[in-house]
Design a protein around this ligand. Structure first.
Ligand code: TNX
Length: 500
């Protein structure tokens, strides 16, 4: 007996001596945002070695590139005969649509979808299952045995950035696109022009960028993007399945253009200089000079359309009272249609007679959507009391807006139900930048609330909500936020009182 006990103890000690070398690092368990539609976790784990073999069907460059990058970050290399196989397959399964996927992990990893987009999202889910950074020392990477079938509820899963009041550098936009893709967001709406700044080079009107690009809201950053930079950004986004939707805000919110080309204003207008204040709606493209303003609108939108392949071009139309407003919106939307594109207009534009495929973007929670819906329009939902991220992470946060609501906390974003405003193509959260002048401030307002936006856009709106469950998953993904160098809002009500 004693000998046997000794043997057991010795063998346990030997085992214990071996095990630390292969200590399991479980990554993030099964914390995924947005939560997959269906997931089954089975007992057991897959241990990834230092090498894997990838079998990828041809024609899925974006998923393949994303997988390579994810493995590379973790120090896992690809080899011909590795013990673990990762397979990326195109399959026919109409239930998966254009963006859905299946992910299966047991003795290997299988990703299946009908499209490169679907496979790309399968890779993003895999990234969330993997640790954020390479495991320390000799530790191995393990993955849960899991089967996921996942499809989004809405095809429009948007983030909008106001680069007009305060400029954001291209490097920030690229990082933002990466972060969006991680949470399966797929529309980046750039608010490129406003009273305080014009941020896009237009070759037919060079002073727009030269003069209009030099101003910003007081304390904000001036600047503009060249067309070459924007084309590069479009390609960068496309490879991550993000469509950039450009907005040229018309016919008001136009002071930066007027400061560059004063003839766009009516002759009796005297405030023709650059503007760095906060008021809106004080100047407008002169509706009595159609021979001046419509060639301008057409030239600008023609160049915009040439840069951005997006089906939709946003023509603004917000916050203006003018007797010729409806006529202007109809004509500007018509120019968009002439260019072979569809228009987006803020909700006020619903008074105009535009094609039913013109999307309306709702910002006012109380807006009566019924008349425009009856005309056949669909909605992008950006109700300010849920999705205006220039409002505080908490009531009273310094340098935030309060006009819509005093604080738009994470749980409120999470709880939005898009079924309130049918028929919606999806949701979009807006970051206006009157008070957001640095990359870090933008991060603080965007994150982690954009993760909740992603969940709202992807989840089945009819399924029960579970905010504690969401918080749990968010906290598990915190190392991923850190690895992406996000300067997120770090309140204890979000992350728990435990230190990082
Ligand atoms: C409203 S609602 C705006 C923006 C401001 C924002 C500030 C709408 C379409 N426009 O011009 O930046 O409020 O919160």
């Amino acid at each position: 007996m004693a000998l046997r006990a000794l043997l057991v103890i010795v063998s346990m000690a030997v085992l214990a001596a071996c095990v630390p070398a292969r200590r399991a690092v479980t990554g993030n368990g099964v914390a995924i945002i947005p939560a997959p539609r269906a997931m089954t976790v089975a007992p057991g784990q897959l241990t990834l070695g230092d090498t894997v073999t990838v079998h990828a069907d041809a024609g899925n460059p974006d998923a393949r590139r994303a997988l390579d990058a994810a493995l590379g970050t973790l120090g896992v290399t690809e080899a011909a005969q590795a013990p673990t196989v990762i397979a990326l397959h195109r399959i026919d399964d109409a239930a998966l649509g254009d963006e859905g996927y299946r992910l299966h992990i047991d003795t290997g990893i299988t990703l299946e979808a009908q499209t490169d987009a679907g496979l790309f999202y399968a890779v993003e889910t895999l990234r969330q299952l993997l640790p954020a950074t390479p495991p320390a020392g000799q530790a191995a990477i393990t993955l849960p045995h899991v089967t996921i079938t996942d499809v989004p509820a809405y095809r429009w899963r948007g983030s909008s950035l106001d680069v007009a009041r305060s400029f954001l550098p291209v490097a920030y936009l690229k990082a933002h696109i990466d972060r969006m893709a991680f949470f399966k967001l797929n529309r980046l709406h750039l608010h490129l022009t406003d009273d305080q700044g014009w941020r896009i080079e237009i070759k037919a009107y060079p002073r727009l960028a030269e003069v209009g690009g030099a101003s910003a809201v007081k304390g904000g950053r001036p600047g503009f993007y060249t067309q070459a930079e924007l084309r590069d950004l479009v390609a960068y986004a496309a490879a991550r399945h993000v469509t950039i939707v450009p907005e040229i805000d018309l016919p008001s919110h136009i002071q930066a253009a007027i400061s560059a080309y004063p003839e766009l204003a009516c002759n009796d207008v005297t405030n023709l200089g650059p503007y760095d204040g906060l008021e809106v709606g004080f100047n407008i493209l002169c509706q009595q000079k159609p021979e001046v303003i419509y060639p301008f609108v057409r030239a600008v939108l023609t160049e915009v359309a040439a840069i951005f392949p997006s089906t939709y071009l946003h023509i603004g139309g917000d916050e203006i009272k003018n007797p010729l407003y409806a006529d202007f919106v109809a004509r500007a939307a018509g120019i968009v249609n002439d260019l072979g594109r569809k228009a987006i207009v803020w909700e006020e534009g619903s008074v105009a007679d535009t094609r039913p495929d013109t999307l309306l973007q709702l910002w006012n929670d109380q807006y009566d959507t019924a008349p425009a819906t009856a005309k056949g329009h669909r909605w992008i939902l950006s109700p300010c009391s849920y999705f205006y991220l220039d409002h505080g992470n908490y009531a009273g946060q310094p340098n935030t807006q309060t006009w819509c609501r005093n604080g738009v906390p994470l749980d409120r974003v999470y709880r939005f139900d898009p079924r309130r405003f049918p028929p919606a193509v999806g949701v979009e959260a807006a970051l206006w930048s009157e008070f957001v002048h640095t990359d870090a401030a933008a991060d603080n307002r965007l994150w982690p609330r954009l993760a909740a936006v992603a969940e709202v856009a992807w989840r089945d709106p009819a399924a029960p909500q579970d905010y504690p469950g969401f918080l749990h998953r968010l906290r598990a993904l915190r190392p991923q936020f850190d690895a992406m160098h996000i300067h997120y809002y770090d309140g204890a009500e979000v992350w728990g009182s435990a230190a990082k």
